[in-house]
Design a binder for this molecule. Sequence first.
Ligand SMILES: N[C@@H](CCC(=O)N[C@@H](CS)C(=O)NCC(=O)O)C(=O)O
Length: 215
Amino acid sequence: MKRFTLYGSPHSLPTYKVALMLRLSNEPFSFRYVSFQKGMNKTPEFLALSRWRQVPVLIDRERTYLQSAAVVEHLAATLGRFQGADAATRQRVREWLCWNVDALFPPIFNCYGVELGRNKLLPIGVEPTIADHYRGRAEAALSVLDSHLAGGAYLCAAEPTIADLFCYGDVAFAELCAFDLGRWTHVAGWAERVTALPGFKAPFELLAMENAELS
Ligand SMILES: N[C@@H](CCC(=O)N[C@@H](CS)C(=O)NCC(=O)O)C(=O)O
């Protein structure tokens, strides 16, 4: 039995962020696919794990960890990977995680929802003006990311930290929503650096809609 079990969905941006952290840390894990279409997130078994009925959920040995930002911080601390070399860097990392949850993730998550609706993978249709609003918010957040990346190879240090992996998780899904990274040249260069890290896998190369034992 592996130390880590990750509950989630390959269509979930926060699930990908946690899976990518495990993958780039070279940690094997069991993946348990939670199908929203089948209502698996509403079963008593899942509710016992996830008080907000959300994925991802990480089990580390017998303990349960929720909220992707808190999960990757836990992993960085416990594995000693991608956490930043000193207290000042770790504080900056934490600030980027909070900014992500506040500003980058929501509009890209919404754009991806629009995309899933268009492809009939979700039973939703979004008014074009609302879809444009999400896109505008995502573009603004990508521009903020771009301006910060103009100053260095990674967000908080000369080496990648969980701030980079976490923000990259959303950028990967932005690309799936046909955002052209060529518009944000610093983001494009940084994304190339992240995707070149040993062990990197893109969202649907890493996770599929089925349970799996991943190494
Ligand atoms: N802040 C949470 C967000 C998680 C989240 O939005 N999960 C979505 C899938 S991407 C979910 O489980 N939605 C079901 C629901 O909210 O009922 C995190 O970062 O873990």
